[in-house]
Write a protein that binds this ligand. Sequence first.
Ligand SMILES: NC(=O)c1ccc[n+]([C@@H]2O[C@H](COP(=O)([O-])OP(=O)(O)OC[C@H]3O[C@@H](n4cnc5c(N)ncnc54)[C@H](OP(=O)(O)O)[C@@H]3O)[C@@H](O)[C@H]2O)c1
Length: 334
Amino acid sequence: MRGFVVSELKHHSEISLSSNVPEPKAGPGQVLVDVYSAGLNFFDILQSQGKYQNKPPLPFVLGTEFAGRISKDSPIPEGCPYKPGDRVFGAGQGSYADKVAADLERVLPLPDAITYDQGAGLFVTWPTSYEALVGRAELKPGEWVLVTAAAGGVGIAAVQLAKVLGAKVIAAAGSEAKLDIAKRYGGADYGVNYSNPGWQKEVLKLTNGKGVDVIYDPVGLINDSLKCIAWKGRALIIGFAAGTIEKVPMNLVLLKNVSLVGLHWGAYSKFEQERVPVVWKALLDLFSSGKARPVTYSEIYSLEKLSDGLAALERRETWGKAIARVREENDSRL
Ligand SMILES: NC(=O)c1ccc[n+]([C@@H]2O[C@H](COP(=O)([O-])OP(=O)(O)OC[C@H]3O[C@@H](n4cnc5c(N)ncnc54)[C@H](OP(=O)(O)O)[C@@H]3O)[C@@H](O)[C@H]2O)c1
């Protein structure tokens, strides 16, 4: 099969697609999935260079997120709700390939309303944004939400979900083009460009001086955003895309009764397993009803051009989820 194999640790631009990769073998409790689309993540860029916390033994196939169909030759573990041919999405090491092995608990049914491209970027981003806004910030209808990197993978999901929850959403991003995306595909009410100095004044003006009730921040802009938070505001710490882990002056937290709230979705499977299916049920209902729609970047990459997609992610050019299409819906090889 084809696969993007890391034989020695190096930058993705120095790796090319292999055409004679051995097919993965399913371990206990795993299924085999024919990959149709794979999601591109920044951590893939780190993993190929040995700079990510998860370090598979060499050689390994890169990629984690996928959408596809249960393979004809997949084992069906006890209690598995799927049969060969079923449409699924999820995560498993080695998704930049024709076939991947995945733990059953990391595989979910792909709703009919969702394409493979859309499904390949769901597994990490959407539950992160849902649990942050619902489970951690306890967002209420009518509240003001500021989302930073609002056109990015987790950001645009947060914008859509905050709107579904009845909030007023201010999208913040680094360019006017990305603010347009957050409005057009996310439904944001307003946009503020945080590359303009003093952008917080715009937020205060939009909220009639009150400030925002919730900050959703995957960038590392908590200190800057606290300048426009409301009394009893909640600041969600989602990530550090800008590369720096901030130190927050605690007087700012005290002065306005602010709550700093962390969210690590990946840790729910260890600390709060029972919450995981609750979040997925809510999300799958939103997708099936069309109230939420995963957003994919306009350029879809082939497996051969995967490195171009990862480079675009590195250059901060992409919006929504960047996707590699591994095979077409009516692939004759199946
Ligand atoms: N807590 C969790 O459980 C969890 C789960 C998933 C992801 N995350 C984290 O959330 C962050 C965003 O993930 P994502 O999938 O949304 O990524 P993404 O789609 O690549 O979006 C990241 C965005 O961050 C902004 N940004 C600002 N400064 C940047 C810089 N120096 N380099 C790169 N980007 C910069 C860019 O938007 P602008 O150009 O508009 O500034 C960029 O598009 C990551 O740090 C990820 O690790 C956390």
